[in-house]
Write a protein that binds this ligand. Structure first.
Ligand SMILES: *[C@@H]1O[C@H](CO)[C@@H](O)[C@H](O)[C@H]1NC(C)=O
Ligand SMILES: *[C@@H]1O[C@H](CO)[C@@H](O)[C@H](O)[C@H]1NC(C)=O
Length: 346
């Protein structure tokens, strides 16, 4: 009797100690921002965190001003309803897969199932249509601007990333691309912070690292997500690690220099949709999606311990999670067509 009580006490202390070494994720408040006419599929913040854009199966793109979102979320918003959507762009023929902002100019790009990348100038109040179009040969699943703004990458159904010169629209392919089988479509492509490298997450489960200058594939992490699709990949700010997620229900952190697995974030199930795993702005937390419960799962990035699980507040599966690069705020997109904004409660 006494012994088992002692054991229970010891266990309690142990649990508290391991819990204590993980940081706790601050409480967030959430608000429904707007609705597309069909599934909301992707979101992206501008590099300065002032804007966020969302793309839908209804082929439209909405642009939100973050300051207006915050105004809308104030408890005593007085001057009537605030509308945070400042632009809506209609120009694609098929669903939008991904978006990115030009690093310096007021230009937003979109990659679509209609095999195009379109350029929108959001400084113009009334422009609804693209001012430039890149016609690719494949379904454009992912887009990423080079930090100089002079190049962009397209991840498509073709297994090799398409590198475009923004000024000439010429497309370059890697000269030493590895043999990739027919299942190698690219789900996501992302440049590192300096543009010195880029990373791809492929349907064949492989994470590949590419040299930003020569476009050579410098490392293949085969089976990074087993035989399941790798659905997202992005670098840490210091470019030393890559965070990836896959349909094998794992989120993994890889060391760029060696290709070694450094950490795994387990306990969220994602086997159906294009799941995203992202860091919070300080890279102290990892956020991802649990499909069966429709919850946001949060881990301490260092201890890999799960520290929070929150209902997404979407009706049915939520599809995309994007964190602000500058503050404690993120956006979720749902099958229910809606966009939700989340920010730390003060
Ligand atoms: C990717 O990681 C960088 C840090 O290297 C971050 O600034 C950026 O917001 C991330 N991009 C996306 C789309 O998550
Ligand atoms: C990221 O982590 C830091 C440290 O806990 C926190 O201050 C910040 O609010 C976090 N951002 C979030 C939760 O979006």
């Amino acid at each position: 009797m006494v012994q088992s009580q002692l054991l229970a006490l010891l266990l309690l202390i142990l649990v508290q100690e391991t819990k204590g070494s993980s940081k706790s994720f601050p409480k967030h408040e959430t608000r429904h921002l707007s609705e597309h006419k069909n599934i909301a599929r992707c979101a992206r913040f501008s590099p300065d965190g002032k804007f966020v854009a969302t793309g839908s199966s209804d082929t439209s793109i909405k642009l939100f001003e973050v300051a207006k979102i915050k105004q809308m979320m104030l408890p005593d918003a007085r001057d009537g309803p605030v509308r945070p959507v400042i632009r809506t762009f209609y120009d694609h023929l098929q669903p939008i897969n991904d978006l990115d902002f030009h690093p310096q100019n007021t230009v937003l790009i979109s990659g679509s199932k209609d095999n195009t990348i379109k350029f929108f100038d959001f400084s113009k109040m009334t422009a609804k249509r693209a001012f430039r179009v890149i016609q690719d040969t494949h379904n454009v699943r992912s887009v990423s601007f080079h930090p100089s703004g002079d190049f962009l990458l397209a991840g498509t159904d073709h297994p090799i990333p398409h590198l475009y010169d923004i000024n000439t629209f010429q497309c370059y392919l890697s000269a030493n691309a590895p043999e990739i089988d027919v299942n190698g479509a690219i789900n996501q492509v992302r440049y590192s912070a300096t543009g010195g490298m880029y990373v791809t997450a492929s349907k064949d489960g492989t994470i590949r690292l590419w040299d930003g200058v020569t476009a050579n594939c410098v490392r293949s992490i085969a089976g990074a997500h087993g035989t399941a699709e790798a659905t997202s990949a992005n670098f840490t700010k210091d470019q030393r690690f890559v965070l990836s997620s896959g349909k094998d229900s794992t989120v993994k952190l890889w060391e760029v220099g060696t290709g070694k697995l450094v950490k795994q974030y387990l306990g969220a199930t994602h086997t159906q949709l294009r799941c995203q795993a992202v860091f919070n702005d300080t890279e102290e937390f990892v956020l991802s999606i649990d499909e069966p419960t429709n919850e946001i799962v949060i881990w301490d990035a260092l201890t890999a311990e799960k520290v929070a699980k929150w209902p997404s507040n979407h009706i049915g599966a939520f599809r995309w999670l994007e964190h602000s690069p500058t503050e404690a705020a993120y956006v979720t997109c749902g099958t229910d067509r809606s966009i939700r904004f989340w920010k730390e409660s003060l």
